[in-house]
Ligand binder design. Structure first.
Ligand code: ZN
Length: 106
């Protein structure tokens, strides 16, 4: 399942597989769960605090930083500023930095 999670006001969690803005007829679902403890645990599990504070790019100093995940499950920051993106041979050589939150996919 490709999951979507929204935590609203640290108390209401909307979780499921439905892409609410792109699907008009589907068997996918979203469930709303209310409770501060559950919301807190979910935010902690998803590294919300850490992922809400991207660093500045160590190469260009910019703040155009995105959060990505490698196929092996490792999360990393990546600069997508155009001054930083192009490398030699025209290939993408954007600055990136691994984030130490564990490797396993869950
Ligand atoms: Zn950069």
């Amino acid at each position: 399942m490709h999951q979507k999670i929204a935590v609203i006001d640290e108390r209401t969690v909307v979780i499921g597989s439905l892409s609410t803005l792109s699907q008009s007829w589907t068997r996918q679902v979203m469930v709303t769960i209310r409770g501060g403890h559950f919301a807190h645990k979910l935010l902690e599990h998803e590294h919300a605090e850490l992922f809400s504070r991207p660093p500045r790019c160590a190469r260009c100093g910019g703040t155009s930083i995105e959060l990505r995940r490698r196929r092996n499950g490792v999360w990393f920051w990546r600069c997508y500023d155009t001054v930083c993106k192009a490398g030699r041979n025209g290939r993408s050589d954007a600055w990136n930095q691994d984030i130490g939150v564990g490797r396993g996919r869950s």
